[in-house]
Design a binder for this molecule. Structure first.
Ligand code: UDP
Length: 538
């Protein structure tokens, strides 16, 4: 069954002639393979060799032209997971003249985005590694619009969440296996290869134990622009908050269970005087889950991929993540990091089962479901006695898997106590004021005037104007920070001031040159840039 590529007819002979004469053209962004995305004209793919092909001719371009550094270790990462050696992209080079001896190329007329999905069966990976990065890579390049076509090259089948990938463009995404049905040599007229990593917030522990990425560059605003897009595509409308407030318990039905779910739901309903409902990936459609979560005041769930759905919570809502026995919540924070991104405006609470009596272990299951029967007896005993899984690398640590796949009887009073430490009255004050944070510009027209009194005393009068953007803003508190540094010294005197001028006399010496640095601060923590340094001679 051949996949229909496009209704757009292309002039085959013209396309072939252009390929032979012009060859492949590549221009990339990014300095390293880990931050590179490349745009190609006439990139080809041999479905027999399962390799991309770059054709050299008189007009071909290759930027960066790395020589053999292209293989050290690769030109770029095909997935958004950084520097993973199963996700590298490269191409094989041929002279365009070789086309004479090759299978007739089949041209792909759509603008293509070529990438790898990292783990399309796990919902956290689907959103974090694929959907958000694809969405924002498409935002970066204007010809990657809704008419672009996605090509997934990782080699997996569609997977259970394929419908979500389909929302990102109007054209059916194609998988590596399907390319064979299209032809032996495919040539992408225009394509982009690689994914932006700018929205990712978590590293999974391939080289160091898992944790938040070192330099997070995404805020709640961009997350919510993405979820707004997804909700439109899913036909889920944002209901107004006039409707009743409620709590959602997101349950797992296969493993890592909450054993007393009914009791938990009753307790939450009673404590917070709110309707409390359960959802699960097995029993609800994805749109229903999004609809329910996007209006919830609180989301309660076991640690696990389903918690990535807190992406869809409204501002002001609370996320409660439950951890099985011996799993330290501080060591597994993908959902905490998400909930606490600046501007997500969610409250995050972790609860851990600390009572051995309340956990059910499964030592006899297969290793990938947390079984440990395949290990040495002494190692099994050590794991069973241990009270905390030590930090570890991804992904097959048996002690981690053993503990991660326990079922838990949630100690209700202990859970309610932990939630109550953060949620004082009713959860999910939805009518939160937009706490958007805008930063001050530079202060303007800074001036200084020195006066000397005798041989040992001097004064420095410094004044400046408000930052230009302040006159258009309502800011609760405006302060100025001034640093006074004697030229040639590497220390300075810092001052926080409320007015636009000040006369400094402490520690000011006559016949000395001072450097004066001034910046504006909004609401205590929004630090603006320093204005150009002011040189003041007493
Ligand atoms: N999953 C589920 N119900 C279950 C167990 C798992 O829907 O009872 C889903 C889970 O949300 C994830 C996928 O199956 O999308 C893989 O789950 P796994 O336990 O391997 O990963 P984790 O949730 O720990 O990331």
């Amino acid at each position: 069954q051949s996949q229909e590529l496009s209704q757009v007819q292309i002039d085959y002979h013209a396309a072939l002639q252009a390929l032979v004469e012009d060859g492949t053209r590549m221009v990339c962004t990014g300095k390293m393979h880990t931050d590179r995305i490349c745009r190609f004209d006439s990139l080809c793919y041999s479905t027999e060799a399962e390799e991309f092909v770059y054709f050299h001719s008189n007009s071909s371009v290759m930027l960066p032209n790395l020589g053999s550094r292209r293989f050290q270790p690769a030109l770029l990462d095909l997935s958004s997971v950084e520097d993973h050696n199963t996700q590298y992209f490269n191409f094989v080079e041929l002279p365009a003249a070789a086309l004479k001896f090759m299978p007739k190329p089949v041209f792909v007329p759509d603008v293509a985005l070529i990438a790898n999905r990292f783990n399309p069966d796990n919902l956290m990976h689907v959103f974090h590694d694929d959907l958000l990065p694809i969405y924002y890579t498409m935002q970066q390049f204007s010809d990657l619009d809704l008419e672009a076509r996605l090509f997934f090259m990782e080699g997996w089948s569609e997977g259970v969440h394929f419908d979500l990938y389909k929302l990102l463009s109007n054209k059916q995404p194609l998988l590596r296996e399907q390319l064979k049905t299209l032809g032996r040599l495919l040539c992408f007229t225009k394509s982009y290869v690689g994914l932006s990593k700018i929205t990712t917030w978590y590293q999974y522990g391939f080289v160091q134990p898992q944790g938040p990425k070192a330099n997070i560059l995404v805020s709640g605003n961009e997350i919510r622009q993405f979820t707004k897009f997804m909700m439109q595509k899913l036909n889920v409308s944002l209901e107004e908050s006039s409707s009743e407030e409620y709590i959602v318990v997101f349950s797992r039905t296969i493993n890592r269970l909450i054993l007393n779910e009914a009791e938990l739901i009753l307790a939450l309903a009673q404590e917070f005087q709110m309707k409390t409902i359960t959802v699960s990936l097995e029993e609800h459609s994805f749109s229903d889950i999004v609809r329910l979560i996007s209006n919830a005041s609180m989301l309660v769930s076991m640690h696990g991929a389903q918690l990535v759905m807190s992406l869809f919570l409204p501002r002001g809502a609370t996320v409660v993540e439950l951890f099985p026995y011996a799993i330290n919540p501080e060591h597994y924070t993908p959902y905490k990091t998400l909930a606490t991104l600046p501007g997500m405006d969610l409250q995050y609470i972790a609860w851990q089962n600390t009572d051995r009596e309340d956990t059910i272990t499964y030592p006899d299951r297969p290793w990938d479901q947390g079984g440990i029967a395949h290990l040495d007896k002494t190692e099994q005993e050590r794991i069973i006695k241990s009270t905390e899984v030590p930090r570890h690398l991804c992904c097959r640590n048996p002690e981690w898997l053993f503990r991660a796949y326990q079922d838990t009887k949630v100690n209700i009073p202990s859970l309610i106590h932990v939630i109550r430490q953060t949620v004082k009255s009713k959860p999910g004050l939805k009518k939160q004021k937009w706490s958007g944070s805008l930063y001050p510009g530079k202060v303007r027209d800074a001036k200084c005037q020195a006066s000397v009194q005798g041989t040992s005393e001097a004064k420095l009068a410094v004044s400046w104007q408000i930052p230009w953007n302040l006159k258009y803003l309502k800011v609760r508190e405006v302060k100025y920070e001034v640093w006074i540094q004697e030229q040639g010294e590497n220390t300075y005197m810092p001052y926080i001031l409320s007015h636009q001028n000040h006369t400094f006399s402490e520690n000011i010496k006559p016949f000395t040159i001072y450097l004066v640095w001034i910046r504006c601060i909004f609401n205590k923590n929004l630090l603006g840039p320093f204005a150009d340094v002011l040189l003041c001679s007493t």
